[in-house]
Write a protein of this length. Sequence first.
Length: 227
Amino acid sequence: MGNIARHIAIIMDGNGRWAQERGLKRVKGHEKGAETVRFITTFASNHPEIEVLTLYAFSTENWKRPKMEIDFLMRLLSRYLKNETKTYKKYQIRFETIGDLSRFSPSLQKQIAAIKDETKNFNRLTQVLALNYGSQDEISRAAEALCKERKKISVETLGKRLESSRFGPVDILIRTGGDQRLSNFLLWQSAYAELFFSPILWPDFSPEDLETIISEFKRRTRRFGGI
Ligand code: IPE
Ligand code: IPE
Ligand code: MG
């Protein structure tokens, strides 16, 4: 009983520090982090309540990183999608994205589109990867589209126009890695999300840690402005 954990969103932070603590290159942390993505996604697909899992994989600000790290992340994403197609099928997971994909290479864009198409009828879980995603970019693009069509801007019209509105409001927003900030992630959809900040670095984050967070979420009182 208690609150329903329908939509969980995670800021997967701490990969670089995880690697550095072990004297490894930062990219090794991203590699390990990709395994955590698989564990958490399969756990979520077996959870009776979770319908949507949105994962922050690359922000509009992450282009500020060294080219070598960005290139590695792009290759890792491509490799992850290639390897995980079987996981999507096995666990009946629909793959989706939010964010402006036009900045990615044509081949990566093609690969992403193909997996979305292959998994579009699966319904045990929707995994949404946020790729070149930033809420400010998302909201301004939606507002621009409405202006161009000479439509009125209201909470309803703008809210509906957002790319992330397809997946509904966030119930649980988690940030791993110890920092307590949102870094431009799902600002609109998290208006009434319950926030959880975990000190655990993303590569070490486990399904048990997620379970503990869900149990605490169930005990919280959500008022949505009411009494
Ligand atoms: C999060 O881990 C993953 C991405 C932003 C792609 P970081 O790479 O930010 O790891 P830290 O925060 O430097 O430890
Ligand atoms: C947020 O982490 C973005 C992702 C997890 C993809 P960052 O590491 O980029 O955030 P800041 O720079 O610490 O705010
Ligand atoms: Mg970080």
